[in-house]
Design a protein around this ligand. Structure first.
Ligand code: SF4
Length: 430
């Protein structure tokens, strides 16, 4: 079978999207491609950003390949499934240009995982995959009758028919990925890196997936939830392949990069630098030293709130107090040139206390952003606390709540965000 895998050409005008806008490797498509090819399928993988192809050009390439099945992702790579653009404008635009020339169509991503029916209606695809997608995409290519494939949903008489719930990939056995050299050459971006010594191309790698915690704002209930660690040899082989292709910096997209001595020791021996997101309360001083020695140049630590009460409200289940956390962050900064404490706007936080701790961290070289507001993504506990299980209007409800709740927006959002219906008006069927 011929299969096209497409990461569309992302644009973000008037979006609330606060993730990074640079190109990244579409890992979910990379795993799908490897598994499809192992099954003998002929796969074309396209990435709008890395190949500088807009959605019309991507659609033409897919049409000339004449696939039996086209898969499009609704978030710009696995790294951003937990903070995806709520609007389906971009995949919708790609599918409009494709206009039925890509065989059967499949949408993968956070939207179809949490809210299959509106995703099917807005995009007009044949099927959405619910949850992590690579194994399900492989299964779709194996079967001609899609009516019984687990973890998919389709419309029948405009009503959703779901086969089982969301999927969690076994993940641990994923083989080392290999990316096209021209994609790596086009990937100059070093994700979440701010020191001045950048050399070589950037790349993203996944050493583990999921997280054992359940912070209230974290949109991972439907994907990337349970913690799984990938086999060490595959991770190291993937990194070695990337280094050979000219990569000088890797960003581990792991939800929570836990201390793994074997991986850190393997990285000590390699000429590559890297960035991670983690919880600082899970690190000990000696492992922070090893992290720095291994080449870590960027830590994004999800501190989220600077008060015990605020962290409790966010369900961080953090056993350390603010003083201990601040000390660990400052210690990390001794070994790693950029350390960020991620802050979220929590009403329980006393502004004077927040200012005090922010200043303390910044004075010790740790970046602590101005607290940013929360978007209650449908796959987060906070959405479900507010409104229960996501229904067909879940994204619209979350969006309206977000726009109404906050008068000022994070400094990343330079334009006033628009309502969801407005953002999707040109490309999605409402
Ligand atoms: S620790 Fe991080 S990844 Fe884990 S639930 Fe909390 S915010 Fe999500």
């Amino acid at each position: 079978m011929k299969v096209a895998l497409v990461n569309p050409f992302w644009t973000y005008e008037h979006s609330i999207y606060f993730g990074c806008r640079q190109p990244h490797l579409p890992l979910e498509l990379g795993y799908s491609k490897a598994m499809l090819e192992a099954d003998g399928h002929d796969v074309m993988m396209l990435d709008g950003q890395l190949q500088v192809l807009d959605n019309a050009a991507l659609a033409e390439q897919v049409a000339s390949f004449a696939p039996d099945m086209t898969v499009v992702t609704t978030a710009p790579t696995y790294l951003f499934w937990r903070c995806a653009p709520p609007e389906l404008r971009v995949p919708g635009e790609f599918l409009s240009h494709l206009a039925g020339r890509g065989g059967r169509t499949v949408a993968v991503g956070p939207h179809g995982s949490a809210t299959p029916a509106p995703t099917l209606r807005k995009l007009g695809v044949d099927v959405v995959v619910r949850g992590e997608c690579e194994d399900v995409v492989t299964e779709l290519a194996r079967q001609s009758d899609w009516s019984k494939i687990a973890h998919t949903a389709r419309l029948q008489n405009d009503l959703p028919v779901c086969n089982g719930g969301v999927h969690a990939s076994p993940f641990v056995d994923h083989a080392a990925l290999a990316w096209p050299s021209d994609w790596i050459a086009a990937h100059g971006h070093h994700h979440h890196r701010f020191d001045a010594h950048q050399k070589g191309a950037g790349a993203e790698v996944e050493a583990s997936r999921g997280c054992p915690y359940n912070c209230s704002f974290c949109a991972k209930i439907d994907f990337r939830d349970a913690y799984r660690r990938r086999k060490h040899d595959a991770v190291v082989a993937e990194i070695d392949g990337l280094i050979t292709q000219g990569v000088g910096y890797i960003y581990f997209i792991d939800e929570i990069f836990l201390p793994q001595k074997a991986l850190l020791e393997a990285l000590v021996e390699r000429d590559v630098q890297f960035g991670v997101q983690t919880r600082i309360d899970l690190w000990k001083p000696e492992l922070l030293e090893l992290l720095g020695a291994a080449g870590c140049v960027s830590i994004e630590a999800g501190l989220e709130s600077l008060t015990v009460e605020g962290r409790a409200m966010l369900a961080k289940r953090c056993r350390l107090d603010t003083e201990d956390l601040a000390a660990l962050l400052v210690d990390a900064r001794r070994h790693v040139p950029f350390v960020q404490a991620n802050l979220i706007g929590v009403v329980e936080d006393d502004p004077t206390l927040v200012d005090y701790w922010r200043k303390h961290l910044v004075d010790h070289g740790v970046w602590a952003n101005e607290p940013v507001p929360l978007y209650p993504y449908p796959s987060s506990p906070s959405y479900r606390e507010l409104w229960g299980e996501p229904d067909d209007l879940a994204w619209e409800r979350a969006h309206e709540h977000y726009l109404a709740s906050f008068r000022s927006f994070s400094d990343i959002q330079d334009q006033r965000p628009h309502a969801l219906a407005e953002l999707e008006s040109s490309c999605c069927n409402h």
